[in-house]
Unconditional design. Structure first.
Length: 132
C-alpha cells in the first residue's frame, strides 16, 4: 500500500512514524489485527495507538503481554514518577488479560525482564514492587 511504501522509504523518523501511525489507525479500524501487529513489530508508533492494539489483543494474552511491555517501557523511558505510575497501570491492565497459568508465567517473566532492565530506576522499582 501507499502508506506502507512511505514507511519503508522515509528517512525522516518523524515522518516515518506519522505514516506508520496512519496505517495503524486504518488497520485498527478494519480490525486487521495480524497486519497491525506486524506493523508495530517493525515500526515505532504512537503509544496511544499501541495501547489500542494491546487492548484489541486482550483475548490473546501472550501477544498482549508483548504490547503492554512496550507501552510500559515507553512510560519508564519518560523518567518521571507520573510516567512510572502509568507504566504500572499498563502492567496491571495487562495482568487483567491473563487467563491460564501459562499466561501468568509469561507475565512474570516479563516483569522479571523489566526489573532487570530498569533496576536503576528506584522509584519505578518501588511502584512495581507495591503493585506486584
Amino acid at each position: 500500500s501507499y502508506l506502507n511504501g512511505k514507511i519503508i522509504t522515509q528517512a525522516n523518523e518523524i515522518a516515518a512514524r506519522r505514516h506508520a501511525n496512519g496505517l495503524l489507525e486504518i488497520l485498527l479500524l478494519e480490525q486487521a489485527l495480524p497486519a497491525a501487529l506486524a506493523l508495530v513489530r517493525k515500526h515505532r508508533v504512537d503509544p496511544g495507538l499501541l495501547h489500542q492494539l494491546a487492548r484489541a489483543f486482550a483475548l490473546q494474552p501472550i501477544t498482549a503481554i508483548e504490547l503492554y511491555q512496550r507501552l510500559a517501557n515507553f512510560c519508564v523511558g519518560e523518567g518521571n514518577n507520573k510516567a512510572y505510575r502509568e507504566a504500572v497501570q499498563m502492567l496491571k491492565e495487562c495482568e487483567g488479560t491473563l487467563q491460564v497459568p501459562a499466561h501468568r508465567i509469561a507475565f512474570e517473566k516479563m516483569l522479571d525482564e523489566m526489573r532487570a532492565n530498569f533496576k536503576a530506576k528506584r522509584n519505578f522499582m518501588k511502584y512495581l514492587a507495591d503493585a506486584f
